[in-house]
Design a binder for this molecule. Sequence first.
Ligand SMILES: [Zn+2]
Length: 171
Amino acid sequence: MGPRVDCRTILGMKVTARTPDRSRLGDAEVSLHERPPRLRLGAPGAEREYFLDWERAVDDGGHLRKCVLCGCDTLYRSRSSPRITIIGAVLAVSVVAVGLAGYGTPSSLVAALLLVIAIDLVLLMRSEWRLTCYRCRSTFRGMPIARYHRGWDARTQRRIDSASQPSPGSS
Ligand SMILES: [Zn+2]
């Protein structure tokens, strides 16, 4: 028996790759286990190869630590919030408003509300965390995420922005 390897690591993470100026290159699936040195991206027939920087990119636990596209060592975690929550909020307010107006709450409205909340919960549980690069905005998902990655933070963003811009007069 070999060492137990997390199957999600082998299946690979889904990458939405961007250039350093944040223009979108395309989507690809990259195995954290195999760590391919190059990535082919682009429209069929017009593909280009991009080099991936795996230097210290994966920590001891097999988690992604930094952006393999631009080399930035700070990523933030985020979770796509389901749009349907807004519909749920609107419905909840209407139920309360109708109830307050003294008409009694129509059971169809309550049924609709419960249905939306149920769909909401399912979507929330199925939505997955992803990591995004502070510098190039490439995203990485479909893999286990280490606990040390935090949510987006304005101070960190300013620090990364000022570090990636060559300051005049410091040559
Ligand atoms: Zn990056």
